[in-house]
Design a binder for this molecule. Sequence first.
Ligand SMILES: *Cc1c(COP(=O)(O)O)cnc(C)c1O
Length: 382
Amino acid sequence: MIINNSLDEVKKREKALSIIKGIVEEDGRSSLFDLTGLSGGFIASPSEISLLETYVGPAIFEEELQEVGKGHMGGEKILPLNRTSSGILATILALVSKDSYVVHYLAKLPAHPSIPRSCSLVGANYFETDVFEEFSIPENTSLVIVTGSTMDHTVIDEDEFRKVIEMAHERNIPVMVDDASGARLRTVVFNQPKACDLGADIAITSTDKLMPGPRGGLMAGREDLIDEIKVKVNQFGLEAQPPLVLAMLNGIKNFDETNLVNSFSRKDELFELLSSKFTNFKTTPTGVMITPEGLADEINAEHDLSDNDLAFVLSFILLKEHGIITIPAVSMPGASATIRFDLSTNDAFNLNLNDLCKKIESSINKLQEVVINEDECREIVF
Ligand SMILES: *Cc1c(COP(=O)(O)O)cnc(C)c1O
């Protein structure tokens, strides 16, 4: 095993960032292809930047974000946060008491790790399932959670979404929706309503997923609950700072649905190309992916690496040899090790899909060569 714990994951992320820095310094930004689907854009004009003072910034940009944010998310009030994870933590700190139950329905396990971690922090009993028939709400439940679109972009069925909200509301239990990518994927590609319009009490999205914004969390929902959550957010320093609020605002204003719709059709072309060489690629709504288990199935050699290790090593080969950024190399601890090639963001627009397929093929061939040598694999990652 190469990656054994959260510290290893922090270390491999540091390594990935230093490789990225090297590529930018030596060959320029245009030699990098960020296919993560998380672009972390920062759109701002000089006159806006000059207003980014501690109190002036929020006075101007937070007020405008209320309107623009409600347009994007629905709900009665908007709360900008440092990350989606911060919003999840704050909601659980505010609404969940010790020993009560939190139940979570999602289309496909696993849940984002911030959800179980926050529940364990407050001493709540946490249950999650991706089998709708097995979802139930026990006595003493303080919060019901629904994930709109999972980390690997599996989107919830709209009828099941409605039923979970109905079950919770029959018992007067609030519903929080983790709509990190779902706020755009569900609505634009799958034509589902906004989470708040489906009755969610709280919904949170990530402003760098499938939109040209910075990494940050945008929460929307019932005003009374947002106010309660906002207290925790301010007490623990989880709020978005003025620069983030400005970039979120401009990210939402510049969100272009046609990019998502175009990637929805282009991904089939990439999938066809890859499927003539490999058997385990799958489509996502806006690209293709291969899970760690699928990758293990493609490798025919004796080795001692875990399935996740294989994904980490491949992600580093893609980065080092081809400048292709995928999530496993750069992710935070506990994130999914599935390798996704997302076609919805800027770097993908001008990419020739035949070339991309060749680069992916040669990277998997390289993995096949090095996998028998664990030390060499460790060197690639660290
Ligand atoms: C990305 C993601 C999050 C967390 O977003 P951060 O910005 O990393 O905090 C939470 N839930 C889901 C489903 C996600 O995809």
